[in-house]
Design a protein around this ligand. Structure first.
Ligand code: FVH
Length: 296
């Protein structure tokens, strides 16, 4: 049964870095009873002044509540923090960023110790926690029963999105979204480098570049449809052969402007490789066809 009950709950949080502290403050502000532990005790003491109960050790903090949330640096710090701690009967929610493989291994590790486990990926920064209007949310995967039991309290810092029983999938979605973000950051960085030294202020690029990136967001759905159907040629509006030629213009422009093409040429190289593999077959394709070359 999904828990939509917003009554006060009692939970433990291990890890009071920037993110952990932001999370803690939302639970305290919502009136929940929070036990905290942090490797550097001063951070826990600061939160104790705001109403949290500071535990002297991770084991003491875990023993205090059935629901234990972790927000540590990485999977290795989760392992070392919980090493030797009694976990039987506990519900562990791991908000620490990790790989899908680490999420699956940590779930098996927790289950072997008698705990239920959910892994998570926080799609947001500390300032987006407790600020639903900022658009942040948290992805969860793993034990559905655990997630449903604690959904209401997990929704306090940010909206919760459950993505399935596979404990690796929250991390996989997280990393997929961040990968798309970094690709976009790379393109934006190149764009700003191109105008540097010209009579164009950085702020002049903001409206057209933002609008253009928004308009090009259609590529997400387009790629998904083509990868699902395997059809990369029907209804193509900007074919691969044209785009490979056009990318030459982008590379020559970078050279004229004295800008390194290191951020954008790897993607163009992939398009060139797809075309060179079989020009007759791939010239009329959508660039989504190049995605098929990436899996090793
Ligand atoms: N901050 C952000 O913008 C991102 C947003 C998306 C999600 N990430 C992930 O959230 C995890 C925590 O991030 P954070 O911002 O709180 O990170 P820090 O401020 O660096 O705090 C790290 C905490 O981990 C503790 N810690 C580190 N190593 C160990 C260890 N070996 N044993 C026990 N605890 C450890 C550290 O303790 P201390 O240095 O204060 O003693 C902090 O509590 C993270 O996975 C992000 O990728 C944040």
């Amino acid at each position: 049964m999904t828990d939509t009950n917003t009554a006060q709950r009692s939970l433990t949080l291990l890890g009071l870095g920037d993110m952990g502290t932001a999370l803690a403050r939302t639970w305290l502000a919502a009136g929940h009873s929070l036990t905290v532990w942090n490797r550097t005790a001063a951070k826990a003491e600061a939160l104790a002044a705001e109403g949290a109960r500071a535990a002297a050790s991770a084991a003491e903090a875990v023993a205090a509540n059935d629901l234990v949330v972790l927000c540590l640096l990485d999977d290795a710090s989760v392992g070392s923090t919980l090493d030797g701690v009694e976990l039987s009967g506990k519900d562990l929610v791991n908000l620490t960023t990790g790989t899908p493989g680490e999420g699956r291994a940590r779930a098996a590790w927790a289950e072997a110790r008698g705990a239920r486990f959910v892994d998570a990926g926080i799609m947001g920064t500390p300032v987006m926690i407790g600020a639903p209007e900022a658009g942040g949310y948290v992805l969860y995967s793993g034990s559905r029963a655990l997630f449903d039991s604690h959904r209401a309290v997990l929704e306090v810092p940010a909206p919760a999105r459950y993505v399935g029983e596979d404990p690796g999938h929250a991390a996989l979605y997280d990393v997929a979204l961040l990968s798309g973000m970094y690709g976009m950051f790379a393109g934006i960085s190149h764009a700003f480098a191109l105008i540097e030294g010209e009579d164009i202020a950085p702020k002049d690029l903001v409206p057209p570049l933002s609008e253009w990136l928004g308009a090009m967001g259609f590529f997400v759905g387009n790629a998904a449809e083509r990868l699902t159907s395997g059809d990369f040629t029907t209804g193509v509006v900007s074919n691969l052969a044209m785009q490979v030629t056009a990318s030459g213009t982008l590379l020559r422009t970078a050279q004229e402007q004295g800008v390194s093409a290191e951020l954008i040429d790897p993607y163009f190289a992939l398009m060139r490789r797809r075309l060179a593999a079989d020009e007759a077959a791939h010239a009329a394709e959508d660039t989504a066809g190049a995605i098929t070359l990436l899996r090793r």
